[in-house]
Ligand binder design. Structure first.
Ligand code: AMP
Ligand code: ZN
Ligand code: FE
Ligand code: FE
Length: 279
């Protein structure tokens, strides 16, 4: 069993990379990839933890791309996490997050939610602070009843405390991952929020720009979705990858490897990524 989509405290997960390795070992996983948002800070700790365990550790990242309606994320596997261009580009993204976080806080205060930056920071990861940390802080302060309602009322796209931030286009994400020796994979395609024919067209365009894989197996994908995405991936010559999008206590019902219970990511997904990356 493998899981190619996980988050640690370096972004918006609640486990350290070493804890992720330990949980994977306990659950009998043979490999995990760490795919924190906009940071490679957890990769060295992941490797260090992996070295003393039975779990193979895969370096990864998750980048957010510009997207009209929904959410478009591009995963990058086997990136060279010391690549200067990659580091510079993700630094720009993190700078953009700082401006955005400042604005989100201002909006929340204006809306009457008395939250301070120190409240948010308390929930923050090592490298990246984002909306999930605001949600946690709002719950902790008793200002909303759950993280989910924090997003629904305030933080989700279109809600009053939502603020845009600097993002690259899908094509730019693909290029920067490729230039760092990685394999770009389109994450959770359903969240792009397009009808099938448009979504398929978009994926085809990204494939022409160098996309290498599609996240077919995902905790929230119904069997019919898995079949559909698998069909598209095969037609377009994309590797079928998958993972849970584990965020630790931020995704309490979800288990590493199996998601909500049904998920099984084929081991060959990792073999194919490795072959593509020349590993
Ligand atoms: P950010 O990178 O700061 O824009 O935050 C994005 C993260 O917030 C995603 O990766 C999810 O973990 C979380 N998120 C986004 N939308 C929602 C939502 N509607 N409900 C719960 N969590 C969400
Ligand atoms: Zn996340
Ligand atoms: Fe994502
Ligand atoms: Fe993710």
């Amino acid at each position: 069993m493998i899981d190619l989509h996980t988050h640690s405290v370096y972004s918006d997960g609640t486990n350290t990379p070493a804890e992720l390795v330990q949980i994977s070992e306990e659950r009998g996983l043979s490999a995990i990839a760490l795919t924190d948002h906009d940071t490679v800070g957890g990769i060295v700790p992941l490797f260090e933890a992996g070295a003393g365990s039975s779990v193979e550790t895969v370096p990864g990242i998750e980048l957010s791309a510009e997207c009209a309606k929904g959410t478009m994320h591009v995963l990058g596997y086997f990136i060279d996490y010391t690549n200067a261009a990659l580091l510079e580009k993700i630094d720009t993204v993190r700078e953009g997050r700082k401006e955005r976080n400042h604005e989100i806080l201002k909006r929340l205060n204006k809306l009457g939610y008395r939250l301070m930056w120190s409240d948010v920071e308390k929930h923050a990861g090592a490298d990246v602070i984002g909306r999930p940390h605001f949600a946690a802080a709002l719950v902790k302060r008793g200002l909303v009843k759950s993280r989910k309602s924090a997003f629904e009322l305030l933080l989700a796209k279109g809600r009053p405390a939502y603020v845009e931030r600097y993002r690259y286009t899908g094509r730019e994400c693909i290029e920067l991952i490729r230039n760092a020796g990685g394999i770009p994979v389109l994450a959770h395609p359903a969240t792009i929020y397009l009808h099938d024919d448009q979504l398929r067209g978009l994926i085809m365009g990204l494939a022409e720009c160098g996309l290498g894989g599609l996240e077919v197996y995902y905790a929230e994908h119904q069997p019919a979705n898995i079949q559909k995405f698998k069909g598209w991936a095969e037609e377009l010559g994309l590797i079928c990858t998958g993972g849970t999008d584990y965020h630790g206590a931020n995704t309490p019902d979800l288990k590493l490897g199996t998601g909500f219970g049904q998920l099984r990511v084929p081991d060959e997904a990792l073999e194919q990524l490795k072959a593509a990356a020349g590993k």
